[in-house]
Design a protein around this ligand. Structure first.
Ligand SMILES: Cc1cc2nc3c(=O)[nH]c(=O)nc-3n(C[C@H](O)[C@H](O)[C@H](O)COP(=O)(O)OP(=O)(O)OC[C@H]3O[C@@H](n4cnc5c(N)ncnc54)[C@H](O)[C@@H]3O)c2cc1C
Length: 494
């Protein structure tokens, strides 16, 4: 068994996942002098979703000045909504500059972790059969890292290539092919306009129409880059205004739903201006309230659907045949199927087997839905802090912003450990329960309960989203309330 060496009082840390969450946490640890850490990454490269989502047109939908670390501003973003290669480059460069890349163990999946109450340490088990002992466990595996493909009868009989948008097959030449696209989520509205000009036909199978509003994208020119460098506050101001707009959108989704009207009017105006065909327009009107599913941004989605080689099919899919996709109205011929069907968002931390105090399984603790105090701490799972955990996803603002609050929060606890004032802590159950009740109560009146979406698990519980403003999360995580935790006094970090 390998043991990471904890210096006196300085806990050793295992981070799981090398996306924005894991790498950001590592950078903050490094800066604070907590140098006994290791990052386990199951992929063959760092980057998380930005390594995996290489489909044509992949990019962020929160502008780059905000969709980046506040502590590593990039004055040279090529555009306001950057594309996947630039986001991945940014993440790689930032991690390299901070000196954390050589702590990443690639191709190493964490299969499980067990807390040992004898030693007060976590035993982390990896796919190569190794066990590593650490004081603190930080899972940062993301909510959107496991693609979800629906079980459709006959799918295995399809004669051509079939793949998920997050596992894009660049070896499949789509030129001149008939392509069936299943789903109309965030990825689909980005890649269909890119592939449409080269394919023979694209058939989009839509279960429910998304609210798509204009994307205020622009390329940043040389003068922008010069200005951001010479006068950093100009980029800061841009960041602040995007943040504020995100808060307004969040208000529309949570407590002031009348604001959703703004989204609806914007959507209907764009639809009316871009789609002149009445029958098509009727298909593209969502049957749920604005914001219940993620609001999407695009200027070219509707114009693409107007092209003569694009069909939108709204009949229910009943099966897949060797030659295409079957719906109630017949078989739609296809040479290639692309699943744009999203991710297993609510199956948090799966499929790892995590066992806490007394061997308690995290899967049992979360049997009725994942929940964690402030999205990070789970009773009976001492010294485990989840990044981008339950109820910390957002419908209208930057996830990286949320994560940064988590990094700072965890650092505060580690600082308490380093100072010898805490050793091995878990959140008090009554505190975690009260927090969860509050979150679920508030979510019950949010727009997200008015339709079925990836925000909800099978039972209908919303285990993904934060119920309030980002500002509130900032306020509640700014200073750790130490009384929320009990110290088990087990860890041997001193
Ligand atoms: C296409 C796309 C666009 C997005 N755009 C935006 C946006 O514009 N704005 C926004 O705020 N959010 C956006 N998101 C959400 C995005 O998930 C977060 O912003 C953020 O990138 C998540 O980072 P993460 O590190 O938590 O997770 P991930 O990026 O998913 O990284 C998790 C890492 O953990 C690894 N891992 C998982 N399990 C294990 C294991 N058992 N052992 C070892 N390694 C493991 C994975 O391989 C992965 O590398 C987008 C998501 C997608 C898919």
């Amino acid at each position: 068994m390998h043991e990471l060496k904890a210096s006196p009082h300085r806990p050793s840390v295992a981070i799981i996942g090398a996306g924005f969450g894991g790498l950001g946490m590592a950078i903050m640890l490094e800066r604070a002098g907590f140098t006994d850490y290791m990052i386990f990454e199951r992929g063959s490269d760092i980057g998380g979703v930005w390594r995996d989502n290489t489909y044509p047109g992949a990019g962020c939908d929160i502008p780059s000045p905000l969709y980046s670390y506040s502590f590593a501003p990039n004055r040279a973003w090529p555009r306001r909504y950057s594309r996947q290669p630039d986001i991945l480059d940014y993440l790689r460069q930032t991690a390299k500059d901070a000196g954390v890349l050589d702590r990443v163990r690639l191709n190493t999946e964490v299969t499980g972790a067990e807390f040992d109450s004898g030693t007060g340490k976590w035993r982390v088990e990896t796919s190569d059969g190794e066990t590593v002992e650490v004081d603190v466990l930080i899972p940062a595996v993301g909510q959107l890292s496991r693609p979800s493909i629906p079980e459709i009868p006959g799918a295995e009989t399809f004669a051509g290539p079939a793949f998920h948008s997050a596992r894009w097959r660049h070896d499949v030449d789509l030129a001149g092919k008939r392509v069936a696209v299943i789903g109309t989520g965030g990825s689909v509205i980005q890649f269909v306009p890119q592939i449409q000009p080269e394919v023979a036909r694209v058939t989009v199978f839509q279960r429910s129409a998304p609210y798509v509003i204009p994307k205020p994208d622009r390329t940043y020119r040389r003068w922008h880059h010069r200005m951001f460098k010479a006068l950093p506050f100009t980029q800061q101001a841009g960041r602040a205004s995007i943040w504020t707009a995100g808060e307004v959108l969040t208000l529309a989704l949570t407590s002031v739903q009348a604001l959703g009207k703004i989204v609806e009017v914007t959507f209907r105006t764009q639809l009316w201006l871009q789609v002149r065909d009445k029958a098509l327009r009727a298909k593209l009107i969502p049957d749920y309230r604005p914001g219940c599913k993620r609001v999407l941004f695009s200027n070219n989605w509707f114009p693409t659907l107007m092209k003569s080689n694009v069909d939108v099919v709204t009949d229910r899919i009943t099966g897949i045949t060797p030659g295409g996709v079957r719906t109630e109205s017949g078989v739609h011929d296809a040479d290639v199927i692309i699943y744009g069907t999203g991710f297993k968002a609510s199956e948090m931390l799966a499929p790892m087997r995590i066992r806490g105090l007394g061997g308690r399984e995290l899967a049992d603790e979360w049997a009725e839905g994942a929940h964690a105090y402030l999205g990070m701490s789970v009773p009976d799972f001492p010294n485990m802090f989840v990044i981008y955990g339950p109820n910390t996803n957002l419908g209208g603002n930057s996830i990286i912003y949320m994560m940064e609050h988590q990094f700072r929060y965890v650092l505060q606890i580690l600082a308490e450990m380093a100072a010898g004032r805490m050793s091995c802590v878990d959140v008090r159950r009554e505190v975690a329960d009260e927090f969860d009740h509050e979150v679920q109560d508030r979510l019950r009146t949010s727009v997200w309960t008015t339709c079925q979406s990836w925000y909800r698990d099978e039972s209908g519980r919303i285990s993904t989203n934060w119920p309030g403003l980002v500002w509130e999360y900032h306020r509640r995580t700014e200073n750790v309330d130490l009384s929320a935790y009990r110290d088990l006094g087990l860890a041997k970090t001193a």
